[in-house]
Design a protein around this ligand. Structure first.
Ligand SMILES: Cc1ncc(COP(=O)(O)O)c(C=O)c1O
Length: 414
């Protein structure tokens, strides 16, 4: 393998970023964390901290079941396995997201079909989903990018009409609210991430939530007990190729402590991102992400702005470089979020008709690449994100950030 620069994660992804704005690292940790960690050690590893976290998270979100995992990638992978669709099934999924959204679909030999975003926004809609529905579609996996929730009622109505499962990737939207309902409670199930950079940042945690008791049981069996059932006189029999995706007890201790302080943090983030958005909206040629009226609480994970390309002499890459130099820590483009372009193996496999793109199980040809989702492509071309927004922002930081954006904008006007 030729040497490559590997993707970084956690605090390492932020190392060396020195700017004028608050950085999430070192993270604020809930004061009970050490006590919970001590309980695990003192009990000689007999205390079920994972179970305690599951109950607490389910209660906070108002759902019946929480199955804790080591991240959202495994959470969505176990969901994909638990659904048990036939290979070659199409799952409609947001085109702007993280690889973790689709990893499980790929491993189950499902075919991700990327819905385009609604023009001028970062999320998909009932309209863009409808254009992707075929007789092979089985489910729609909706992502709430940056914490913004798409209009879920029409999405659910559309899915119901076509007999499709709706489920969510709520990684970036913990305790965001749409019409008084939390992200993660709109469909059959949802995945959350508690990785070190996320709003409820622990270590490498995540979970699935659902109100469906049978699905929760299946998730524990397939996703946590490796599909192993106890056969009398024999022992474990693995009746399906399952996973051992259990949240580590120490991660559960940190997650539990973080859960105790997150509501206040989310309320603060909501206030700060709305202030920052209003300040950015005043800068000619620059727009904040639109916050829809239905979004009661915006649990913002990252700040994004978009540029009117006609207004400036430079592109988003150079604009972001100047923002970073002027003090906006980690400003950069978000092109890599365009998954049909970022997952180059999908295009290659589809072109070469590698299983499940072979026929059967596929019954038509597929292609990937940026041009399949032109709204998302154009939106991301002009979008700049900056390193994780965090609860440390105060109004003066929002003003400083907007001032920096204004200075860079004024320095590059046509
Ligand atoms: C939208 C989205 N989905 C999935 C993931 C993967 O989550 P994890 O790192 O917990 O596996 C992330 C992480 O960045 C994400 O932002």
């Amino acid at each position: 393998m030729k040497p490559v620069e590997r993707a970084k994660y956690g605090a390492a992804a932020h190392a060396g970023l020195v700017g004028a704005l608050p950085d999430p690292f070192p993270r604020t940790i809930g004061p009970s964390a050490v006590r919970y960690l001590t309980e695990i050690i003192a009990s000689g590893l007999t205390f079920d901290m994972m179970g305690r976290f599951e109950q607490a998270f389910a209660r906070e979100l108002g759902v019946k079941h929480c199955v804790a995992t080591p991240g959202c990638t495994p959470a969505l992978a176990m969901l994909a396995a638990a659904f048990g669709f036939e290979p070659g099934s199409e799952i409609i999924v947001s085109s702007v997201t993280d690889y973790g959204t689709i990893q499980g679909l790929v491993r189950e030999n499902y075919i991700p079909v990327f819905a385009d975003t609604e023009p001028g926004t970062i999320n998909i809609s009932a309209r863009t989903i409808e254009a992707c529905i075929t007789d092979r579609t089985r489910a729609v996996l909706v992502v709430h990018m940056t914490g913004l929730i798409p209009d879920m009622d029409p999405i659910n109505a559309l899915a119901e009409k076509h007999g499709l499962i709706v489920y969510e990737d709520a990684c970036q939207a913990i305790f965001s609210e749409y019409k008084g309902r939390y992200a993660g409670t709109f469909g059959k199930a949802a995945g959350f991430s508690f990785d070190a950079e996320k709003t409820l940042g622990s270590d490498v945690g995540g979970c699935v939530v659902t109100n469906d008791g049978e699905l929760a049981e299946r998730l524990r069996f397939v996703g946590q007990s490796r599909g192993g059932e106890m056969a009398p006189g024999f022992g474990r029999k693995h009746v399906v190729p399952g996973y051992a995706y259990r949240m580590p007890q120490c991660t559960a201790a940190i997650c539990l402590a973080q859960l105790e302080i997150i509501r206040e943090q989310v309320a603060h983030r909501d206030k700060m991102v709305r202030l920052l958005s209003s300040l950015i909206a005043e800068i000619p040629g620059v727009s904040p992400l639109p916050i829809p009226d239905w979004q009661d609480v915006y649990s913002c994970w990252m700040v994004c702005i978009t540029l009117d390309s006609e207004a400036f002499t430079c592109g988003s890459g150079e604009f972001a470089r100047q923002l970073s130099e002027a003090g906006i820590t980690g400003a950069g483009t978000g092109r890599y979020y365009l998954l049909p372009a970022a997952c180059t193996f999908l295009e290659e496999n589809a072109r070469n008709k590698v299983y499940p793109y072979s026929m059967p199980p596929a019954s038509r040809e597929y292609s990937y690449g940026a041009d399949n989702c032109p709204n998302a492509r154009d939106f991301l071309e002009n979008m700049i994100r900056w390193s994780t927004f965090c609860e440390k922002y105060q109004p003066e930081h929002c003003e400083l950030a907007a001032d920096i954006v204004r200075q860079v904008a004024d320095g590059n006007r046509r």
